[in-house]
Ligand binder design. Structure first.
Ligand code: PNS
Length: 161
């Protein structure tokens, strides 16, 4: 039984994240979507909201959602997970992701990082861009799950389409 962790800020969840979680399920028995609680950042959505988006959008008994604080590898050990999943959208992601994977390996050599590529139509997608476009009332309906779209519309108003 291999449990994998898909960690991130998920502020907010995008269709790219959902795509990664479903791809990971084809390779691992269980996927835990792990939402970082970072007191140094001011996210748009609370941890509870972000977890709600995930549980509403990914309806699969093999996918669960948990929040965590502190080191990711400590959380992975606590959860009995041997694999960390990260998405690679483009070459520009590589340097940061490589550094993070190597640091995590240095801290916990028994835990592997697996990189997955999202569907090509999500290769430009990021939570940051979604927030920016939604705040300017652009249409992001094809980029985020319905529950996230609703929450974005509540924050910023509906798009102009
Ligand atoms: O979605 P993000 O913001 O790119 O996710 C980054 C995340 C949560 C995976 C990363 O910041 C993280 O693992 N934070 C926990 C602290 C930690 O373990 N740091 C050492 C690894 S570099």
């Amino acid at each position: 039984m291999i449990r994998a962790i898909l960690p991130g800020s998920f502020d907010p969840l995008t269709n790219g994240h959902v795509d990664l979680a479903l791809r990971a399920l084809k390779m691992f028995d269980e996927v835990v979507v792990a939402v970082l609680i970072n007191s140094q950042k001011r996210p748009l959505f609370s941890v509870e909201e972000r977890m709600h988006f995930i549980s509403e959008s990914i309806d699969n008994p093999k996918v669960s959602c948990v929040s965590f604080e502190g080191l990711l590898v400590d959380f992975a050990k606590k959860m009995g997970a041997k694999v960390l999943i990260r998405g690679l959208r483009a070459v520009s992601d590589f340097e940061y992701e490589c550094q993070m994977a190597m640091m995590n390996r240095d801290l916990a050599p028994e835990i592997e990082t697996a990189f997955l590529m999202p569907k090509s139509s999500y290769s430009f997608l990021s939570s940051r861009m979604v927030k920016e476009v939604a705040s300017l009332r652009g249409d992001v309906s094809h980029l985020v799950p319905p529950v996230v779209l609703h929450a974005l519309h509540q924050r910023f108003g509906a798009d102009r389409s």
